[in-house]
Design a protein around this ligand. Structure first.
Ligand code: WT7
Length: 635
């Protein structure tokens, strides 16, 4: 079992060890896993190049650390409890032994289709156990999985499949999301039209709706599995062989495929899972994130299963059939640890206490949040009404790039403060630097959050574009990994995350690049240019505000064009990226050199009407007054 720290002095002691002798610290932990061949060196790194390697020359398979390692003690224990979208449908309990058998069968299916070690497999599926079976089968045969969140449009899906060069797509006929059915196969079909790399699509039957099966390309999951056998020996992987690619947004329009490798990711997700949530044998752990995002990868699948935990997977949404659904699930399955996003808490809080009052919630021991800053009101509501004043809240800060949790309390061990992610996890060395790159020492400082030293879970590159990896994370402050976040270290040395300092916004816990949304809007034939900024939103954390310059109005007038812009964004990215406010303007505030002054647009979106700082470089200062007037009408 992965070791667990259980006291504050234990944390202080282990943390000290982890920063004074990082290689000794991490190699001790790595030794608690099963390696086919032990690594010969713990770490080699260079943040200038950048190049990061952990557990060098180690040979392993991550699924052997999930299955073979747990088969003796946990064969009959539930690995996954799956709660369907519709509470009337039966839930499923899948034991370690059963999951293992399914993973081996699907491994054989993939092999029979010619998938080899290093090949990419794209996965576009709803939240069903077969999604986990697919990803673990990929890991077992050494194929690199690339999961695309099922809320993305066909355009976005196609772009990601092509970037990864996936030769197989695993998908489903449809998916359920609350009262809606999502036409997953139809979206996949549209995406595959533009991706010539996909040779076969494997289709799981979930909704039973009518779909097109293209002969020679599309194969039913159940047909393939019916004849597949369940003996399979895992492929031997190198520590640094890629495990998966996961796309995330950056400040340019093109999504970045972050690459995570095998050995380091395994050690880091398991160790953080066990310690942050203080997971103990017999606990039922529930992470509400979609597996299409990093939280689902690391803390619904890999971290928990590596620790031999029971992980609860929920297909639906928190507000269907009613706003008490999460709490019904907690009571029904006796959940001990619950991990969700602040946006979910705020939206449930807005629906009133009646949905919480009749619930027991007495099985809960630990509450977690992730993805965005949690405001004090939401923190207190969560603490008082869900945790009933007895459950510690772990506000966990991390990123797709970090692979696992970085700054966080250890539940019940590190004293919490609302809206603070508190202290660094073992091995994590955060530093705060000013815009000139000078490190701000001591407490009570605020600036750009960087990391000074590698940890095993850090992404190794951007798929197909190492130079971009370097420019994005290692160029702003040479020798350091730059997170893109601002942070404050208070008088007690506690960290509070202040939000992104780049052109990335965080909408309902979804990370979006403003450029990505602008590109989608600019595709509209009547739009000549646009600028997108975030603004504070009571539920979503940040809302999306789009300033749009049109060539002319179509027949539908302003409303017509706004609606078709919303459609364009839905088609290009997905409906979760739709602007909350669209303001049609006659021009954008630009400097004489043509640069859009986003600072001004951000302030206007926040409701500010005066004090825009230095505006002397503006080409046309009058435009600002026009935009302020228009913004007031939108309120
Ligand atoms: C960005 C990363 C990591 C899993 C989900 C999001 C923001 C994340 C917190 C937190 C304040 C947070 C940061 C970060 N963020 N956790 N506890 N407090 N902000 O992953 O999509 O890669 O987004 O989410 O801005 O950079 P992601």
């Amino acid at each position: 079992m992965v070791p667990k720290i259980s006291t504050l002095s234990g944390y202080i002691f282990e943390y000290q060890k982890s920063v004074t002798n990082p290689t000794g610290f991490w190699s001790n932990l790595a030794d608690t896993f099963y390696w086919r061949k032990k690594y010969t060196q713990t770490l080699e790194w260079n943040f200038e190049k950048p190049e990061i390697k952990w557990f060098i020359n180690g040979k392993l398979n991550i699924t052997e650390n999930i299955f073979e390692r747990h088969m003796f003690h946990r064969a009959e224990q539930a690995a996954i409890i799956w709660e369907p979208n519709n509470p009337e449908e039966a839930y499923r309990t899948i034991t370690y032994k059963e999951l293992f058998a399914e993973v081996k069968r699907f491994s054989n299916v993939l092999l029979s289709l010619g998938v080899k070690k290093g090949d990419r497999v794209a996965i576009y599926m709803p939240m069903v156990p077969e999604l986990v079976i697919t990803m673990l089968a990929c890991a077992r045969i050494g194929a690199i999985h690339s999961i695309i969140f099922a809320g993305f449009s066909s355009q976005s899906l196609g772009e990601r499949i092509m970037d990864a060069g996936a030769k197989i797509l695993v998908t489903s006929d449809g998916g359920y999301r609350g009262a809606k059915t999502i036409p997953i196969k139809q979206i996949s079909d549209e995406a595959m039209e533009s991706c010539k790399c996909v040779e076969k699509a494997i289709v799981l039957k979930r909704t039973g709706e009518n779909i097109n099966m293209k002969p020679g390309r599309d194969l039913w999951w159940h047909d393939l599995m019916a004849t597949a056998n369940d003996t399979h020996k895992a492929e031997e992987m190198d520590s640094e062989d890629p495990l998966f690619i996961l796309y995330t947004s950056g400040s340019t329009g093109k999504p970045k495929g972050l690459v995570h490798t095998t050995g380091g990711y395994m050690v880091y997700t398991a160790y953080t899972f066990r310690n942050v949530f203080q997971y103990g044998d017999g606990d039922i752990y529930f992470c509400s994130a979609d597996i299409g995002w990093i939280t689902g990868h690391s803390y619904l699948v890999y971290g928990p299963l590596l620790c031999g935990a029971t992980t609860l997977m929920f297909e639906g949404i928190p507000t269907w059939p009613d706003a008490g659904r999460f709490w019904d699930i907690v009571d029904k399955h006796q959940v001990a640890q619950f991990y969700t996003a602040p946006t979910a808490i705020r939206s449930l809080m807005a629906m009133g206490l009646e949905w919480v009052k009749q619930k027991k919630l007495d099985s809960l021991k630990v509450l977690g949040t992730v993805g965005e800053p949690i405001n004090e009101d939401a923190w207190h509501w969560y603490h008082d009404h869900i945790g009933k004043d007895r459950c510690p809240i772990v506000d966990t800060w991390w990123q797709t790039e970090t692979g696992g949790i970085m700054i966080t309390p250890l539940a019940g061990i590190i004293p919490t403060k609302p809206s603070y992610a508190t202290l660094p996890f073992m091995g994590i060395q955060p530093v705060i630097v000013n815009p000139e790159g000078k490190e701000l020492m001591g407490n009570s400082v605020e600036g750009n959050l960087c990391l000074d030293f590698p940890w095993p879970g850090i992404a190794r590159t951007i798929w197909g574009d190492h130079e971009r990896f370097k420019q994005n994370y290692f160029a702003a402050f040479p020798g350091k990994y730059f997170t893109g976040d601002g942070a404050k270290r208070d008088e007690d040395g506690y960290y509070r995350i202040l939000g992104r300092v780049d052109d990335v916004i965080n909408v309902s816990g979804h990370r979006l690049g403003t450029a990505e949304i602008e590109n989608a809007i600019d595709e509209h034939p009547l739009v000549s240019e646009s600028a997108v900024v975030g603004y504070p939103h009571p539920i979503k954390g940040q809302g999306i505000y789009a300033y749009v310059v049109c060539k002319q109005f179509s027949t539908g007038g302003e409303e017509g064009i706004k609606n078709s812009i919303l459609m364009a964004v839905t088609n290009f990215i997905g409906s979760f990226a739709k602007p909350d406010k669209i303001q049609i303007v006659s021009g954008l505030p630009k400097t004489r050199s043509g640069k859009i002054m986003r600072r001004i647009l951000r302030k206007i979106a926040e409701g500010q009407t005066t004090d825009f700082g230095d505006t002397t470089t503006l080409l046309d200062p009058e435009i600002v007054n026009e935009i302020i007037k228009g913004a007031e009408k939108l309120k």
